[in-house]
Design a protein around this ligand. Structure first.
Ligand SMILES: [Zn+2]
Length: 154
């Protein structure tokens, strides 16, 4: 029994060591950089710890003007207002992002497999992409309004 346990521990140690070398760790390590010094604690918690704002809490749910949605941290242009739609979920939702605006990773938290997306420029978390969007793309970028700044055209 003792010998078995020692062997078991050795295998455990080895798999831990191998997991450190695995490309997954390198692939999924996203470097997040805070650029805007005026971010609130709540914004930082969402951006750095992948927290989620309360549904229906964002004034951007009602935003219907023409313009662009930017990253509240680094200012990068992320969504065109033409991609915004009312998903009824309580979070600002978009069918697509501007090309190259985001990078994605697979998120296994809460026992679900979800696609997380983060700003390609500064790395902070913005939301998750779901496959239940409108016909045009079938995608729903479910965004935290606190991570976005809207700038109207003109
Ligand atoms: Zn950014």
């Amino acid at each position: 029994m003792k010998r078995f346990r020692r062997k078991f521990l050795r295998i455990l140690g080895l798999s831990y060591f191998l997991s450190l070398l695995s490309p997954h760790n390198l692939l999924y390590a996203v470097t997040k950089k805070i650029i805007n010094p005026n971010l609130t604690d709540k914004q930082k918690k969402i951006m750095l710890e992948e927290d989620t704002e309360r549904p229906y809490s964002s004034p951007l749910n009602q935003e219907k003007r023409e313009g662009f949605f930017h990253c509240a941290n680094c200012g990068a242009k992320l969504f065109d207002s033409t991609a915004k739609f009312d998903s009824g979920t309580g979070w600002p939702s978009f069918t697509e992002s501007l090309p190259g605006a985001f990078e994605t990773k697979v998120d296994y938290s809460f026992g679900m497999k979800r696609i997380e997306y983060h700003c390609a420029k500064c790395g902070v978390h913005h939301g998750h992409i779901f496959a239940d969007g409108p016909k045009s793309t079938q995608k729903r970028f479910c965004s935290n309004g606190l991570c976005l700044i809207f700038k109207p055209k003109n």
